[in-house]
Design a protein around this ligand. Sequence first.
Ligand SMILES: C[S@@+](CC[C@H](N)C(=O)[O-])C[C@H]1O[C@@H](n2cnc3c(N)ncnc32)[C@H](O)[C@@H]1O
Length: 171
Amino acid sequence: MADHPTHVRIRADYGTTGGYMPHEVEALAEATKAAPAGPMLELGVFRGDSARALAKWVTAARPLFLYDNMMRPTADKSCWPTGPHIVHCTGLPALSRLGVLHEDADHVYATLLGHLRRYGSLVVPEGLICLHDWESSHFPDVKKAWEAWEGREKFDWVCRVSALAVFRRIR
Ligand SMILES: C[S@@+](CC[C@H](N)C(=O)[O-])C[C@H]1O[C@@H](n2cnc3c(N)ncnc32)[C@H](O)[C@@H]1O
């Protein structure tokens, strides 16, 4: 586990911070149900709880790309959803547009801002950005990175359910 510091922290805190709670999984599924067509991208998959919520809405027009940088190619990903139009990525994928960006990776300012800069502007009008661990005292960088991201003004607040925050692109 020496090279998996995030996993250690998440396991220690599960139920209070970091890990998805069942009602947040339901909220994520509900929020993304009517997202526009376009690929869905999840960064930070771990046990696949949030990925399974997104996987409910997968179609050919709404494929799901999953990437976790600490899940080595040999790691057990049997808890990740599989099926047609679900892609287990081995690196950050090259995409040209997104219907949904779901971010639940390392919660570090530079990482999140980098992900927002790379993928946030690819979110199509009416598309969603979902951020986990919003306004968490354990992960203050999530909100800080969102507020620093130049593209955020094109998004409106949709809802917050516990640690899940959802934004919709309005222009
Ligand atoms: C909080 S867990 C994700 C929980 C997951 N969403 C779920 O519902 O089970 C964070 C995950 O992000 C991964 N991670 C950390 N840094 C990352 C990065 N830069 N890119 C992608 N994934 C990253 C970690 O390996 C860890 O598995």
